[in-house]
Design a protein around this ligand. Sequence first.
Ligand code: ADP
Ligand code: ZN
Length: 821
Amino acid sequence: MTAPGTHDDSTTGAEGIAEVAVTLPVPGRYHYLVPSSLADRARVGARVLVKFGKQKVTGVVVPNTSKTPVGVKLVPLSDVLDVEPALSPELVDLCLWVADYYEAPPGEVMRAALPAGSGVGAKRVWSLTEAGERATSGGQGTALPPKQMVLLARLANAPMPAAGMSEAVRRNFVALKERGLVQEVEQRDAVRVRLKRERIVQMTEGVDLAKVRGQLSRAKKQLEALEALVEAGGMMSAAALNRLTPNVVPQLVKAGYVTVFEREMSLGAAPVADGMSVSVPPELTPEQVVAVDAITAAMKAETRKPFLLHGVTGSGKTEVYLRVIAETLAAGKRALVLVPEISLTPQLAARFRARFGDLVAILHSGLTEQARLGEWSRLHRGEATIVVGARSAVFAPMTNIGVIVVDEEHDGSFKQDEGVRYHGRDVALVRAQRAGAVCVLGSATPSLETYAHAQRGNYVHLKLTVRPTARPMPSVEIIDLRTHLPDGDAFLSSPLRNAIGETITAGDQVILFLNRRGFSTFVLCRGCGHAFRCPHCSVSLTYHRHTDRLSCHYCGYHQRIPDVCPSCGGKDTIVRKGLGTEKVTEAVAAEFPKARVARLDRDVASGAKIEAVLSRVGRREIDILVGTQMVTKGHDFPGVTLVGVLCADTGLNIPDFRASERTFQLLAQVAGRAGRGDKPGRVLVQTYRPTTPAVTCAAAHDYESFFNAESATREELLYPPHGRLIAVRIDGPDASEVASLAERLAQIAEAVAKRPENAGQVEIRGPVAAPLEKLRNRTRWQIWLRSSDRAALRRVARALTLVEVPSRMRVGLDVDPISAL
Ligand code: ADP
Ligand code: ZN
């Protein structure tokens, strides 16, 4: 394609043609001429600056595939931004696959593959021309107003961004430009970040702590510091050591016990050995041995199937990954590990760092832009050979990958829910296959799709059925809330209340799980029934006591509770109902006044704060932790012997075909938090639906039965894993306009589905308003396309992307959707 609105201004000296995927939400790739001056750098994967219509945008050079247009004049590339291509040919290929499979613009996918801040959207800067340089270096006296002299001098140091300067300054620049001294240019910003440096204290080789104890018997603080160092494996950041025992390092150096050196700090993770011991690999269980052997053997084999590592919670899956990765490194290859929302599982990242130290790069959305670029460049340069990261790390800049691990492969956070709607796990499978790497999908509760693949023999099924240290799986009791009435605020039935009491009396810890934030989940007028709903989204507002506000969990809108009902004018008629983590935490604290109670959910914690709460639990400074999904993730707290689920069915009423699967997974995961130490664990599940398979199978630790029941239900409806789905998501500011567009698209879909080549293979459901009909003032509708014939499904979906719609409305295809909301 030729770029729209471009015209030819200089084709002289041009040589060759490059195909470019521009980082804009436009389909296709565009052709540009490559001036000979840029020819050696305009390679596949290099970022370039191109004219696109009236704007200049960045893009990435892709392999020439489509036919070069004839009879049209092409515009030259404006610039090549990379010396070495930012994306390897392998990654460019992967991005093009993603664009094709998920029906997304290729440039948008590449943008997802490049770290934020890596030069998407170039900035305009003022810089010196050659004449300007001569003028500032004093070669030629120019009479200029003092202000302009100052500006010139500043440019001699560094170019200045053109945006955001005052009108007066800008006028001076324009005057300088007229004299030919300065120019306005696009700045190229290469991927280069300077990493912070940190000081590391290291035990001197040969120092024997037993002897030192004698020598330092009078110097308590120095001895303390040395003991901490030994505990940490002989190395620690000076900052961490200073926090433990201030001001002893100089004395230790003087005495020759330690040496201090400086090195680049890895930005993504906690500094190495910040009080964390270097882990010694345990001896593997027989099941682990089988798994490690099978995976490492596959690495050496010619053809390789993906593995499903299906291990109950706490069965040592992580240890299997660590061993396989060690083998991978020994074979001179690299490893990519995807984990869900890494900021929630700092322990997991820490375990990788403890085993492999600086070879590990950590990538996740909680990092600052600079930190992410830092980790990205360490991988790009090959300094880090293992990456542990969330979804987008599947695009990590690595070559020579031996193994790709997807931990908790069933987790919904691997699917991006807007923009390019890719699934990190599925892209991982494709990347592994193309790179000739082994792919390992690990889970205690595999997604139905993955398990079905394993059953059909597409994946190798490895099982870990027991916990390594002979800790039994926790016993799970179901408590029927219809007979054991829960009390008002804490929502505890008597069996659960008793169990909490026993547990804290024994000095052990409790986790209470409730899938709802806030204090009261709905607020209404008991006079007229008026419910408080978000004016921008179709959901009710949740009352938060801490802020004393009603707030919307989707868009962040908040308001006070009025004194009189806005509908009937009634006074004192407004009541708060339903429960949330905030209310439960308060009530539990009141019921168990001696216990230290803390809450963990999105309202109290993000990023580092989550880590802080979790490490307090780890240090046993918290007796009862109340929280949402955040408490269910892979934490390993030996002190937790009781897990209480306050209401297992909150998630079952969501109008989504995955509601049951998600509930089962959550229950199994949260139950797995209990009894990871020496004492056996106990789990109490309160529910109004004590016979539903999601609840009973989770309680019985019976994945197989759950799979069979759920798979049968889905088969009738042709839902995955039995059929394929594409959701067409339509949204816009005007409700009736969106509804009629949805209607029109559905008719087009019906017509295309009837064409002979599709032979009625595609079923069209809808159009329907989305369950969450209004979100941030946009009305949302959906059409669901279902088929077991992927090619036909794509043809119908593609036909819809060709329909012209006004720019205020959006039509997005969600291939393999995981949510119906
Ligand atoms: P999973 O990832 O399956 O939930 P983990 O890998 O976290 O399980 O293992 C649970 C616990 O068991 C961890 O504390 C881990 O250190 C320990 N562990 C794993 N493998 C072994 C083993 N072979 N011997 C002893 N302990 C082990
Ligand atoms: Zn809202």
